[in-house]
Unconditional design. Structure first.
Length: 215
């Protein structure tokens, strides 16, 4: 990858971790933007287009994560614990994997249109990924804890909001659905939409731990 060659040429090893990590978090934010297009999607053709764009972003993130893991494995001293670097990178990668899996599920289950609760969960997921994209670069300066806390608290609030949307949507679904196939399809997609939001909160919990260790 071009970014790998540039980073190795320009930066000492201790700074490369943050370049790769920031690139992964930037991809998370970009994936969230693509995912957000589901809110205005008009039907199956749009779902396929979005899923394909997500596939490309997911593949790129896998490559960036692999580069970071390689650097961690061959470096004796890292700016934060190597276990934390591994775990944080994997958690960010999981967020994009779950976003991609969700778009694939929407296509595979042949959903005709997004319901309003689905659109709301998409919005929350997009906002969560945007917060992660702002949050991760702050790890280069652990003195900026107050700024980190703003994003951490915001993601926590968004996760709580998503929980309310999800519970209300599933209650209404079981009250009103008459077709068992449609009930299964919508419930599975609601579950898939909720998963990346939970994964975003997992990332912020890891960051809390990193800050506590290194603060």
């Amino acid at each position: 990858m071009l970014i790998d060659r540039i980073v190795k040429w320009l930066l000492p090893r201790e700074h490369r971790f943050f370049v790769y990590l920031n690139s992964v978090s930037t991809n998370v934010g970009a994936a969230g933007e693509i995912f957000g297009e589901l809110r205005s999607a008009q039907g199956p053709e749009d779902f396929v287009r979005i899923a394909e764009a997500m596939r490309r972003r997911e593949h790129e993130t896998d490559e960036l994560s692999h580069l970071l893991f390689q650097e961690v494995d061959k470096t004796f001293v890292t700016p934060i614990d190597r276990e934390d670097l591994h775990a944080l990178t994997s958690a960010l990668d999981d967020v994009i994997d779950l976003l991609y899996d969700c778009t694939q599920q929407i296509v595979s289950y042949k959903l005709k249109k997004m319901s309003e609760p689905m659109r709301e969960l998409v919005r929350v997921a997009q906002e969560c990924t945007a917060e992660l994209a702002r949050l991760i670069p702050l790890l280069q300066d652990l003195g900026r804890v107050d700024e980190m806390q703003i994003s951490i608290i915001r993601v926590n609030a968004l996760e709580n909001e998503a929980g309310k949307i999800y519970r209300r949507a599933t209650e209404q679904l079981f009250e009103n659905a008459h077709d068992p196939i449609e009930l299964f399809r919508e419930k599975e997609i609601l579950d898939a939409l909720d998963s990346p939001i939970d994964a975003c909160e997992d990332v912020t919990n890891m960051i809390r731990s990193v800050v506590a260790k290194n603060g």
